[in-house]
Design a protein around this ligand. Sequence first.
Ligand SMILES: NC(=O)c1ccc[n+]([C@@H]2O[C@H](COP(=O)([O-])OP(=O)(O)OC[C@H]3O[C@@H](n4cnc5c(N)ncnc54)[C@H](OP(=O)(O)O)[C@@H]3O)[C@@H](O)[C@H]2O)c1
Length: 182
Amino acid sequence: KLDNYFLLSENLGIGKNGELPWRLKNELKYFANLTKTTQTPAKKNAVLMGRKTWESIPAKFRPLKDRINIVLTSQAELVKVEEGVYVCPDFPSALDLLNTKLREEIEICWVIGGSSVYQEALKSPELSRLYITRIKKDFDCDAFFPELEADWIKQSDSESNSIQQEEDGIKYEYEVYERKTE
Ligand SMILES: NC(=O)c1ccc[n+]([C@@H]2O[C@H](COP(=O)([O-])OP(=O)(O)OC[C@H]3O[C@@H](n4cnc5c(N)ncnc54)[C@H](OP(=O)(O)O)[C@@H]3O)[C@@H](O)[C@H]2O)c1
């Protein structure tokens, strides 16, 4: 199962100069909890990301712990391959890895950015849910969220939905979307 996680500002920005344009500690905890949690204790989740997102994670925090890290890059030598880290040359080969070698050990693969990886994942029929953290403020960004098609429906009964969060004067909300069936 493939789920997408996004954190974006009002002007749909997701990054600036290879970093996040904001610092929201509780949101980082939400992200860690969301992407680590599995229903089956023996299984793990995976996080799938582009090479620049991998490089944006401070070295001491990567690979993201308790999750299998899968990094997309055409230049494999840029990513240090170690226990729990896989490098794939394109999106289909990442899906293939998840559906074959990792099939039994992975519960959910979270697509965690950036722009082009989100774009490819949104086109994939395997993608079932979107978790979006919507920041209620404009930020100067150079990486953006792709256009969301109309077949994504916001879920109003989600437990985390509609509760306004606030940190350092920045307001934001957690949203969950599912693809329209039929
Ligand atoms: N707000 C959020 O939720 C969020 C999430 C993630 C990242 N970010 C921010 O976004 C920025 C980074 O995102 P980005 O969009 O610039 O870059 P990115 O998607 O993380 O990385 C782009 C690179 O990934 C590789 N790649 C992507 N798609 C590929 C594919 N289909 N096949 C093979 N390789 C592929 C390529 O690496 P090579 O050039 O090595 O081939 C490409 O140059 C940073 O500022 C980061 O902090 C924000």
